[in-house]
Design a protein around this ligand. Structure first.
Ligand code: SAM
Length: 288
């Protein structure tokens, strides 16, 4: 990451922002689960792909987090290797699995650019919910794709989703707060107001999102503007364009099968939120 530079910020400051942007949001796994509890479309899509491409070999899930996708896959009878670098997220996944008492799960605290040694043994690799947007340079993304190619069995599938860069959203005023929502923290039971703003770095293609948590005033989503938020969390998302995905998948020796807009199989048009991708490791090496 050290080679990154942008605008007036020193490379040290950018590195710190990126480190926070890949950690902060995952420090409170109970809040993470609460915030994404009603997101179901992607869960159903990954379950369907696992059924469609089912094989007796394990599924390897990159950035498995608290197991939003992992647990339904286990419930469907799959064997899963869950990879994540964040202990706090894996601890929560572990606690859920303890309840299921499931021996079909292997948990690995690793970086998705240096996977545990499962060479040519995995039937399918998944990278759900923008995990790949935490790889902040094209060479990190390529390293990850090469690892996917290494662990997959010939013919194995690689399924993932990343946001489609939204130019209008990226260029919003960095000082304006959006998505103001009142909620009760699932553990502290404190009434809080969530809002976000962000700054887009054109040079590195990274959106530095700030998620602010204020104490709520009264019953609505009002806050006292003179009082600073109880906490502000950084989330850094590298924007990845469709042609980058096609290029890097190709360089890693993977073949693109489909690149769709969202989980309902639509074309990738300006109103799609996500790029939903299926790629495959060819059964024969190129040129063989
Ligand atoms: C948005 S969450 C997605 C979690 C889960 N897949 C889901 O759908 O809810 C991203 C996850 O990727 C993990 N992550 C980010 N960068 C990573 C890396 N380089 N190696 C391993 N895990 C990473 C984070 O710790 C976090 O748990």
């Amino acid at each position: 990451m050290a080679k990154m530079s942008s605008g007036s910020k020193s490379s040290g400051a950018i590195e710190r922002l990126l480190r926070a942007g890949t950690n902060d949001h995952y420090e409170d796994p109970a809040l993470y689960d609460f915030e994404y509890d009603d997101q179901r479309e992607d869960v159903e899509w990954y379950r369907a792909r696992a059924r469609e491409f089912s094989s007796p070999h394990p599924i390897l899930e990159l950035g498995a987090g608290t197991g939003r996708i992992t647990i339904p896959l286990l419930e469907d009878g799959h064997r899963v290797v869950a990879v994540d670098r964040k202990q706090s997220m894996l601890d929560r996944l572990n606690a859920k699995v303890d309840r299921l008492d499931d021996a079909r799960l292997e948990i690995s605290e690793s970086d998705i650019c240096a996977l545990p040694n499962h060479a040519r043994s995995v039937g399918m690799v998944l990278a759900p919910f923008n995990v790949l947007m935490h790889l902040y340079t094209w060479d990190r993304l390529l390293a990850c794709f090469e690892e996917v190619e290494r662990v997959l069995r010939p013919g194995g599938m690689f399924c993932f989703d990343v946001l489609l860069p939204d130019l209008e959203w990226l260029l919003l005023d960095p000082d304006l707060h959006h998505c103001r929502t009142r909620f009760i923290h699932p553990e502290t039971k404190r009434a809080m107001v969530y809002s976000t703003n962000h700054t887009y770095d054109h040079e590195t293609q990274v959106a530095h999102i700030r998620i602010h948590y204020h104490d709520a005033i009264g019953r609505g989503a009002r806050v006292r503007p003179e009082i600073p938020p109880r906490k502000t969390v950084q989330l850094a998302h590298r924007q990845i364009w469709p042609e980058e995905l096609r290029c890097l998948l190709h360089l890693a020796g993977l073949e693109l099968r489909s690149l769709e807009g969202d989980f309902d199989g639509d074309r990738l048009t300006h109103d799609a939120e996500s790029q939903v991708v299926v790629a495959q490791k060819p059964t024969k090496k190129r040129g063989a």
